[in-house]
Design a protein around this ligand. Structure first.
Ligand code: NAD
Length: 264
């Protein structure tokens, strides 16, 4: 434990279960003394998120569907009532129709393109519109992205296009909110077996490939991501904004298959 987040309050969005990246982030923030609130999508997740929040000493568990403006407003109205201000936001939300996370990108439908962009990209901007009004200088936000935004990865398809837009939006948000001393960053996580990832075709193969070919010769964990989020959300990250911090065991620097990687 450490006291890097002592006296800071923040919202964790995107916790589904104890495999979620949001869980790794929440644990490291709570361990550093942060006071947490959680938002969940849909009643089915409430009974999962409630007990997990309680494990970290939080009883602020609120519904929010980020596809719905009223729902986001209601979430921030509740937080304002409870806390007045807020110090940090963790946005760990993405969604696409999984039937389009296999096969060819060129076959993406207009409807799923719009929905993927809405939930996976615009939602972060929508959230920051509300959060900005409750934040003081020193406020910080983190969203989650993936290397499929930068390079073509198998089956990532429309989510790759969405993550590219999300990464660009992080830069614009950093500029807009930077004038008020609020920092906005992304973490580009390597592949991790979560509920969302299970929708991606050949995910086991992708994980093996990353394990064999990344400089650290392993996959990352939600705890690895949690530590990087702690850096970006705490005062340790005071000079960093608009950044895309890769937490991928170094995979993004590699140019070809490792000489010692087994055949797959
Ligand atoms: P997860 O399934 O545990 O979390 C995804 C969350 O998004 C869920 O809690 C779900 O309820 C939420 N969500 C989806 N639609 C929503 C909506 N309309 N309103 C509110 N919430 C909604 O999976 P995860 O892998 O932890 O995903 C978290 C983030 O990390 C996502 O942005 C994902 O793209 C990103 N990411 C994941 C990986 C990976 O390999 N798992 C790698 C890089 C980035």
């Amino acid at each position: 434990a450490n006291d890097l987040m002592q006296g800071k309050r923040g919202l964790i969005m995107g916790l589904a279960n104890d495999k979620s990246i949001a869980w790794g982030v929440a644990k490291s923030l709570a361990d550093a003394g942060a006071e947490l609130a959680f938002s969940y999508q849909g009643d089915a997740l409430k009974k999962r998120v409630g007990p997990l929040a309680a494990q970290l000493g939080s009883d602020i568990v609120l519904p929010c569907d980020v596809g719905d403006e009223d729902s986001i407003d209601a979430l921030f109205a509740s937080l304002k009532e409870k806390w007045g201000g807020i110090d940090f936001i963790v946005h760990a939300i993405g969604f696409s129709d999984k039937s389009e996370l296999r096969g060819r990108y060129v076959d993406t439908s207009r409807g799923n393109f719009a929905m993927s962009m809405d939930i996976s990209v615009y939602s972060f901007t929508a959230v920051m519109q509300r959060a900005e009004k409750m934040m003081s200088p020193g406020g910080s936000a983190v969203t989650l992205t993936y290397y499929g935004a930068e390079k073509v990865m198998p089956h990532y398809n429309v989510m790759g296009v969405a993550k590219a837009a999300l990464e660009a939006s992080v830069k614009y948000l950093a500029e807009d909110l930077g004038k008020d001393g609020i920092r906005v960053n992304a973490i580009s996580a390597g592949p991790i077996k979560t509920l969302a990832a299970s929708g991606i075709g050949d995910f086991r193969y992708i994980m093996k490939w990353n394990e064999y070919n990344s400089p650290l010769r392993r996959n990352v964990t939600i705890e690895d991501v949690g530590k990087a989020a702690l850096f970006l959300l705490s005062d340790l990250g005071s000079g960093t904004t608009g950044e895309n911090l890769h937490v991928d065991a170094g995979y993004h620097v590699v140019g070809m298959k490792a000489v010692d990687a087994p055949d797959m």
